[in-house]
Write a protein that binds this ligand. Structure first.
Ligand SMILES: Cc1cc2nc3c(=O)[nH]c(=O)nc-3n(C[C@H](O)[C@H](O)[C@H](O)COP(=O)(O)OP(=O)(O)OC[C@H]3O[C@@H](n4cnc5c(N)ncnc54)[C@H](O)[C@@H]3O)c2cc1C
Length: 319
């Protein structure tokens, strides 16, 4: 970024810096003493990081843009409807008014054994995320199995978004999928191993005119809740279909086989069966506050709505 304060990019050279967006994800972690609240670097007052604008062949969204602005932006509603729907589906209006795009993507993975007070956690040995070497969800797992619940990530991935970020004092631009993979992997270990990355912007190329895309989220409560499972789909004639599912594993799942069947105009029953089979193979359900792994597997049957998504979701207009 041309006017990006150099002191901020230098902050990525310090391992202990914590970049803060709206703090809606950080605050409960501070209260539960799983994250240290020192060395906070607040980002929300930097105007360049809040911009949503046309750029090159697409759109750029600053990492500190708040979700309410993304959900209401004409640019996003007209060209990236799945993203507007996802931003509008996060938590509650109060949270969407302060929560940022960067914070949503870089949010911590969650698990009923980790998102607890220090007193509650003291009755069990530390898990991977708190400096130990066990996953209480799946005790024989060699890695943490906490889930990644970002609604926005699912939608950004369906548009093949790129992320711009500072790391160790250097500016990078890479597919968002790679950044999320690195973040989710590092996020399954104790805080000291977290990536020290400052995300500045997300880029998406304009979708072909007439392409349909949309986002669906299943949650216990529609007023405020993390997803039990979410989906984003894009499909059209100019490029291959893409289908992404979130909250089903430690990182979002790209359902390539199902997308290929959508492209080939397969029969609805075959698409449904393929989607359920692909989810059963790739998903890694764990015990959650309000759903068991077995019940969550039943949710995969809900993919029937993907069929209506094909016809019902909005078409993109020309940028
Ligand atoms: C009650 C409740 C309900 C929620 N429901 C949902 C939901 O339905 N769907 C959902 O997706 N999420 C949900 N969340 C999680 C979270 O609040 C949101 O994801 C929110 O978007 C986080 O944004 P933030 O700006 O507040 O992040 P923060 O709390 O400020 O930051 C979150 C993480 O991102 C890092 N970070 C922030 N900005 C940057 C940046 N620019 N570069 C690098 N790292 C950065 C921080 O260091 C921190 O690790 C919920 C949270 C709560 C408390």
């Amino acid at each position: 970024m041309n006017h990006f304060p150099s002191s901020l990019s230098q902050a990525t050279e310090y391992r202990d810096a914590i970049f803060a967006g709206g703090c809606t994800d950080l605050m409960p972690l501070f209260k539960n003493q799983v994250r240290d609240h020192r060395n906070l670097v607040f980002l929300t007052q930097i105007p360049e990081l809040r911009e949503i604008r046309r750029e090159g062949p697409g759109v750029s969204i600053g990492a500190s843009a708040i979700l309410a602005d993304v959900a209401e932006s004409e640019l996003i509603l007209n060209h990236f409807p799945a993203l507007a729907q996802a931003a509008n589906a996060v938590a509650s209006p109060q949270i969407r008014n302060i929560a940022t795009m960067g914070g949503n993507i870089m949010q911590d993975r969650r698990c009923i054994y980790f998102n607890q007070s220090a007193g509650w956690r003291s009755s069990l040995p530390p898990c991977f995320k708190t400096g130990g070497d066990v996953c209480h969800q799946i005790p024989n797992s060699p890695v943490c199995r906490a889930l990644y619940y970002s609604d926005v990530a699912t939608a950004l991935l369906v548009y093949d978004a790129q992320a711009e970020y500072w790391e160790k004092g250097a500016l990078h631009c890479a597919p968002l999928r790679e950044l999320i993979h690195r973040h989710c992997e590092a996020n399954g270990t104790a805080c000291r191993n977290r990536l020290n990355i400052l995300v500045t912007r997300f880029f998406m190329d304009s979708p072909p005119k007439g392409e349909r895309s949309g986002f669906y989220k299943y949650a216990m409560r529609t007023s405020i809740d993390f997803p039990l499972i979410n989906f984003a789909l894009r499909c059209g004639r100019s490029r291959s279909a893409k289908l992404v599912s979130g909250a089903a594993a430690p990182e979002p799942l790209i359902l390539e086989h199902t997308a290929a069947l959508l492209d080939h105009g397969a029969a609805d029953d075959d698409i449904l069966a393929a989607c359920q089979a692909e989810l059963k193979t790739l998903a890694m359900p764990i015990r959650e506050a309000c759903i068991s792994p077995a019940r969550k597997r039943d949710l995969y049957l809900q993919v029937f709505s993907l069929l209506s998504l094909r016809e019902d979701c909005p078409k993109s207009t020309e940028l």
